[in-house]
Design a protein around this ligand. Structure first.
Ligand code: ATP
Length: 266
């Protein structure tokens, strides 16, 4: 059983964003403790702690190279951390593969969509449905239809994936992740490369995911789009979380303005 986690926290002048994050109550659906990740001599994640409740919507921002995608990859199980522990739904999953974590309700989309190009949209989503939580064929089929409908892709279900434009490729990423019946989706720059109008369409889909109770962790450079969904914002810089809390407060945070926006606060 999970306790719900409040969506926002009051900010007072003398309370820092970091302090608010430490006060966050509730049981965690996903938590990572003391995560360290290096590529050779390059330290990319430096003692990162992260936790969220089921149904939360967490945005992640930060300058290029801050370690955002690496954090998502470590959470998803794409590769292991050098040290640290990851818990999913109360279970230590640090040594589990991405496929096993997916079966426990954790799905991930990639910055650059990677569909099976020679397969149709339907087939791509079916493969995902069949590889998520164990299901029979009829249920997988139903999930594919539901995912394609929600992501506005039913009309291109029989198109070969490598003929799709960027927006449809992004939608297909979402549909494939959704078909695994996730409790939590990790989205990596799903709005990247899209026009504002196209990104807004995706926002509507992501909002529907939230209405279904699916938790969201979303890395995005298009901040105003992200803020339409996120009720908590994290800013990373140089492998560390430098601010975590109410989105508006995080965007005003002195360290964030300096690191992410490249100037001192007004
Ligand atoms: N597989 C890898 N091997 C070596 N270095 C890597 C690898 N993956 C990432 N890096 C390096 O780790 C650092 C952090 O990369 P990461 O992609 O996590 O940053 P990011 O915050 O997501 O950046 P962006 O916003 O540009 O996507 C960068 O310096 C990157 O070059």
């Amino acid at each position: 059983m999970f306790r719900s986690v409040p969506n926002s926290f009051p900010i007072t002048d003398d309370t820092t964003v970091q302090q608010i994050a430490r006060q966050r109550p509730g049981d965690d659906f996903l938590s990572a403790k003391a995560i360290h990740k290096s590529f050779g001599a390059l330290v990319v994640l430096d003692n990162v702690d992260f936790a969220m409740g089921v149904g939360d919507a967490v945005g992640i921002v930060g300058p290029n190279g801050a370690g955002k995608t690496t954090l998502l990859s470590v959470l998803a199980g794409a590769f292991p951390p050098n040290s640290g522990t990851i818990f999913l739904d109360g279970r230590n999953v640090t040594a589990l593969t991405a496929a096993d974590r997916c079966k426990s309700g954790l799905a991930r989309t990639h910055q650059v969509p990677k569909p099976f190009g020679g397969m149709t949209v339907f087939e791509n989503v079916y493969v995902a449905a069949a590889h998520g939580e164990l299901v029979n064929r009829d249920e997988s089929y139903g999930r594919v239809i539901d995912s394609l409908t929600l992501c506005g892709m039913l009309y291109v279900a029989n198109r070969q994936a490598d003929t799709l434009g960027l927006l449809d490729r992004k939608r297909l990423e979402l549909a494939r992740a959704l078909a695994t019946k996730p409790k939590l989706m990790l989205l990596d720059e799903i709005g990247g490369g899209l026009t504002d109008g196209e990104a807004s369409e995706l926002v509507e889909t992501i909002r529907e995911l939230r209405r279904r109770g699916i938790g969201i962790v979303w890395i995005e450079h298009i901040v105003h789009i992200l803020l339409q969904v996120a009720d908590r914002l994290i800013c990373m810089d140089a492998g560390r979380i430098i601010a975590d809390g109410d989105p508006k407060a995080v965007m005003r945070d002195e360290q964030v303005v300096k690191a992410y926006l490249g100037r001192s606060p007004a």
